[in-house]
Design a protein around this ligand. Structure first.
Ligand code: ATP
Length: 303
């Protein structure tokens, strides 16, 4: 299947400042990519280049496998960059109607369906100026869905939302991806906000991609484990397998055993090892949280 998006060595300068540096990224269809980076990392600029709102200084872009007919391909996508474009003095329905005229799309009935989908069908005469931030973001997403896009680009849609609001949007986007096969590129300045949502994570700092990894690779990196070193690694593994029936472990190159089980029963682990006659030289619970991992990547000077 064709790639949804392919960025090759994209670079963008504002004056003397290079705000996007040699960014390459290929998006598979049906995936949700999280573009994560601190304020000023270049996330919005990348999204604006994808949307055609600004052009790169060098590098190239493909949308749905097309390098040349980008504008045509953009009709298969929709964007919510920076804040959703809403009329504050109108209702959710009126905003949807307006967008329907602007984009010349969709039957009227679709508005009702979409308001239902984004959880705003009961807002009646309430004007958008009285909406909470979460409601505004959901309306923005509903409006972006009017044209039945295959690919959505959403810039910080959960920024400033409370945990409940984040979960609502997360569930909505997951559904769009799993039930409608919509591919999504979503940005955030906090990795934790997008955890349990994305299939792929792209971490960006100071305009450059510092890490790209799948959700599985990320959870592997952020898994807690017992770090165990002894005077006999093979014997230790055999002893723990026999006595505690462990299966979730990895033996690292430096003769370190990483045990992903029994984390709350260190006593049994150490007893099983020493009762088998081995000497423990290290037994430490290592916990790498999502945020700690992210901060280690975007700390100043790391790029
Ligand atoms: P945020 O989370 O704060 O939105 P971001 O990762 O989206 O950050 P960008 O908005 O892409 O970052 O900005 C990247 C850099 O480019 C910043 O240093 C910003 O000041 C600069 N920048 C963005 N737009 C312009 C512009 N139109 N003219 C000059 N500099 C700009």
């Amino acid at each position: 299947m064709e790639h949804v998006l392919k960025l090759s060595h994209l670079t963008k300068k504002y004056g003397k400042q290079t705000v996007v540096k040699d960014v390459s990224l290929t998006m598979e269809p049906g995936h949700i990519y999280g573009l994560i980076g601190p304020n000023g990392a270049g996330k919005t600029t990348i999204m604006k280049m994808i949307a055609g709102l600004t052009s790169p200084d060098s590098g190239s872009m493909e949308l749905f496998g097309e390098k040349k007919r980008l504008d045509e391909m953009r009709s298969r996508m929709s964007f919510m960059i920076e804040a959703p474009f809403l009329d504050n003095n109108a209702t959710a329905y009126q905003n949807m109607m307006y967008m329907r005229y602007v984009r010349g799309v969709a039957k009227k009935e679709r508005i009702g369906e979409l308001l239902e989908f984004v959880g705003l069908s009961d807002t009646g005469k309430k004007q958008v100026k009285d909406f909470s931030l979460g409601m505004r973001q959901r309306l923005g997403i509903g409006m972006a869905l009017l044209s039945r896009p295959e690919f959505m680009v959403l810039d910080e849609p959960v920024n400033g939302l409370d945990p409940e609001g984040i979960v609502e949007i997360r569930n909505m986007l997951k559904k769009l991806c799993s039930e409608n096969g919509i591919s999504i590129l979503i940005s955030s300045h906090l990795l934790s906000e997008l955890s349990e949502l994305c299939t792929d994570y792209v971490i960006i700092n100071q305009g450059s991609i510092v890490e790209s990894l799948s959700a599985e690779a990320l959870s592997e990196k952020c898994r807690s484990y017992l770090s165990i070193c002894t005077n006999d690694m093979n014997g230790t593994v055999a002893a723990l397998s026999e006595r505690l029936h462990i299966s979730g472990y990895k033996v690292m190159e430096q003769e370190e055993l990483r045990l992903y089980e029994c984390l709350d029963d260190v006593e049994s682990v150490s007893k099983a090892i020493s009762d088998s006659g081995y000497i423990i030289t290290r037994l430490v619970l290592e916990e790498e949280s999502l945020e700690a991992f992210y901060l280690s990547l975007v700390a100043e000077g790391v790029h």
